[in-house]
Write a new protein. Structure first.
Lengths: 192, 89
């Protein structure tokens, strides 16, 4: 058996899971690899701090989340206005009179999809298609579970700007899920 | 005074209301609009669903595993080296 807290084993035991998680939120392979490496390095430094209260995996994931949040905050400095989406794209979604150009379709009972592995793949892919500055605000908000104002202050963006980003992220994600999942039979027939 | 908002305004407001408190008047306008507009009602439900899914996505990810590619052999080796370096410091 492997010793429970042996840094040499971390890579083989948890490397892939940590990496996939980081990749889903950071979007770039090299960034995800760096985050995993930094996580192990930080864990190694605070090995004594790990008391076994939580599982080793939970502990490592906790460190990784901090690393990811740090990364997103650093990266936010380089978001351009374009990352919040073209001004025009929100307009394309609505007619001149303000009504939906393509009204949202009926998703039935979407909660059923949460049990479906394939749904999560599609969800991850749809997230991946969001412009960087949209997806990151969304991730950070969910990751940190803090008031939006605090996150905005740290990112150096106004709350209006954050609202626009969240709105566009939701519009885009919704369209992608509509197209790739719920619009087809796949969403309703979640038997598999 | 215009009491009915357009779908475009309502959808933006529905989204904003997930992040911050909107005024009582704005909440009433949303309610009123949703009563008559199936498209925006769907949007509102879908927004709530997506927020929840996003939470699950972040939280459950550790248990999901799956077919997504893991660390490459090069990355693995690089991290191993880095860890060794630190350990021996």
């Amino acid at each position: 058996m492997i010793a429970p807290t042996d840094p040499e084993c971390w890579i083989s035991e948890y490397g892939d899971e940590l990496y996939r998680y980081a990749l889903s939120l950071l979007g770039r392979e090299s960034d995800a690899e760096d985050a995993v490496q930094e996580t192990f390095a930080a864990a190694l430094r605070s090995l004594e701090g790990f008391s076994g209260r939580s599982s080793e995996k939970t502990w490592l994931f906790g460190i990784l989340k901090h690393k990811i949040a740090d990364h997103l905050r650093r990266e936010s400095r380089y978001w351009t206005v374009d990352d919040s989406g073209e001004e025009g794209d929100a307009f394309d979604r609505f007619l001149e009179n303000g009504r939906w150009a393509r009204p949202p379709s009926d998703w039935g009972d979407p909660e059923r999809s949460l049990e479906n592995r394939r749904f999560w793949e599609v969800f991850g892919e749809c997230l991946g298609h969001l412009p960087v500055g949209l997806a990151r605000v969304f991730s950070l908000k969910v990751l940190e579970e803090r008031p939006m104002e605090e996150i905005c202050a740290e990112l150096g963006i106004s709350s209006d700007n954050a609202n626009v980003r969240m709105y566009r992220a939701r519009l885009s994600l919704r369209e992608c899920l509509d197209r790739r999942w719920f619009g087809k039979d796949g969403g309703r027939n979640t038997g598999d | 005074m215009r009491s009915m908002m357009s779908c475009k305004e309502v959808s933006a407001l529905v989204s904003r209301s997930r992040e911050e408190r909107v005024s009582v008047l704005e909440r009433m306008k949303i309610r009123l609009h949703l009563t008559f507009c199936e498209a925006c009602s769907r949007f509102e439900r879908q927004v709530r669903f997506m927020d929840r899914a996003m939470k699950d996505y972040v939280r459950k990810d550790p248990e999901r595993g799956g077919e997504a590619p893991g660390l490459s052999e090069e990355a693995r080796e690089r991290i191993r080296q880095a860890l060794r370096g630190r350990k021996n410091q």
